[in-house]
Design a protein around this ligand. Structure first.
Ligand code: PLP
Length: 375
């Protein structure tokens, strides 16, 4: 049985070159980057070259890249410190953010009694810009936190546009870019944005490592205290092999971006075509022109199939997802679909199919064949 992995928004397969690089560093470059002897200096040099390489891909300075353990940590750090240290009194976000933002904002609201406003979402999953401008007209120290690419439905936010609106209203702008870093060009020299975050396992790098971009002179302070690593902003001995693996994965993602994007976009079009032919009544959840790596569809199956569908696909070796990763296999409706669909539709069987360059047409044919048997 061929394994078909179509759950790349949850995590991606690590590249062989990245494993090779990480294994070599684990075996040979085991110095502590804070040590002054040659092994330490060597580790430090790997760290700084990695930082430089990441900064180059995103067109920012090396000093603006801070290594963390994941996207969740980066979001927590930025949002916490914005409230605690930058004295943000209000956060504007949306109800379709990942829980790594939504739950943090809710915790901050409880702990610091800040104001939280949720910008309206249109039925296609896009934000309502008029509502954002209207919310920003209130004069109160504000941070806007809106994700770049939605992990469940693939809607894309115009970072330039939101950045300009935030600048005009003197608001800070943070974006959870976990789904877009490595999959689309991000030019931090041009985008008026204060903070973005990334996670290596979403772009064929290792799990347990990520980074935050923090614009110069941000005034952020650490989430916790210890040594002087990452200029004291993120203490703890750095996972040198993880960081080097992440930098290499990002470099390879951007080196292959054009051809991978073309390949994946073709696969997505092929899947849409096959769905139209096989299940003419299927619907796309969110925007039809969503990000090329994700497709979220509602299948014209009876509701009692909702709970079993992932299980049946799994039995055939097919990995897809329903909503975000933490909800895979659960039958509670996704908070994102809940927000954009009617009550009736949100309990119907929906699937999130997410691609990588490793996928082939064959994978799509196997998925469609299996779905046909379930209908
Ligand atoms: N933000 C988004 C949009 C995500 O898709 C994810 C992962 O599912 C995260 C944050 C969390 O990232 P990490 O797994 O690195 O904590």
């Amino acid at each position: 049985m061929k394994n078909v992995y179509l759950d790349n928004a949850s995590t991606t397969k690590i590249r062989k070159e990245v494993i090779q690089e990480m294994t070599t560093i684990l075996a040979d470059d085991y110095g502590n980057p804070s040590s002054t002897h040659s092994l330490g200096r060597n580790a430090k040099s790997i760290l700084e070259l990695s930082r430089k390489s990441i900064a180059k891909q995103l067109k920012c300075t090396s000093q603006e890249i801070i290594f963390t353990s994941c996207g969740t940590e980066s979001n927590n750090w930025i949002l916490h410190s914005a409230v605690k240290d930058l004295k943000v009194r209000r956060i504007i976000t949306s109800k379709i953010e990942h829980h790594a933002v939504l739950h943090v904002v809710q915790a901050l609201q409880n702990e610091y009694n800040i104001q939280v406003d949720y910008v309206s979402i249109k039925p296609n999953g896009e934000i309502d810009f008029n509502d954002l401008v209207e919310l920003l007209s209130q004069e109160i120290k504000t941070l806007v936190s809106l994700m770049h690419v939605n992990n469940e439905i693939g809607t894309v936010l115009d970072l330039y546009k939101v950045g300009r609106i935030c600048k005009q209203h003197n608001a800070l702008f943070h974006s959870d870019t976990v789904q877009s870093v490595g999959k689309t060009e991000i030019n931090l020299q041009e985008i008026p944005i204060d903070f973005i975050v990334a996670s290596a396992h979403k772009f064929h790098g290792p799990k347990g490592v990520g980074f935050a971009f923090v614009r110069r002179k941000s005034g952020l302070r650490p989430l916790f205290y210890g040594g002087e690593q990452e200029k004291g902003l993120r203490p703890g001995t750095e996972g040198v092999h993880q960081i080097a693996g992440m930098a290499m994965a990002l470099e390879l993602s951007y080196a292959n971006l054009e051809s991978d994007r073309k390949h994946i976009s073709n696969l997505k079009s092929y899947l849409i075509n096959q769905l139209e032919l096989t299940f003419p009544e299927y619907k796309i959840n969110g925007n039809e022109d969503g990000f090329y790596t994700v497709l979220n569809v509602m299948l014209p199956f009876s509701e009692d199939k909702t709970a079993m569908i992932l299980f049946h696909l799994d039995m055939k070796g097919i990995a897809v997802s329903r909503g975000s990763a933490c909800q895979s296999g659960s039958i509670s409706p996704s908070h994102v679909l809940d927000e954009i669909l009617s009550k009736e539709d949100s309990i119907k069987p929906s699937l999130r199919i997410s691609f990588s360059h490793y996928n082939t047409k064959d994978d799509i044919d196997i998925l469609i064949e299996c779905l046909k048997n379930l209908a």
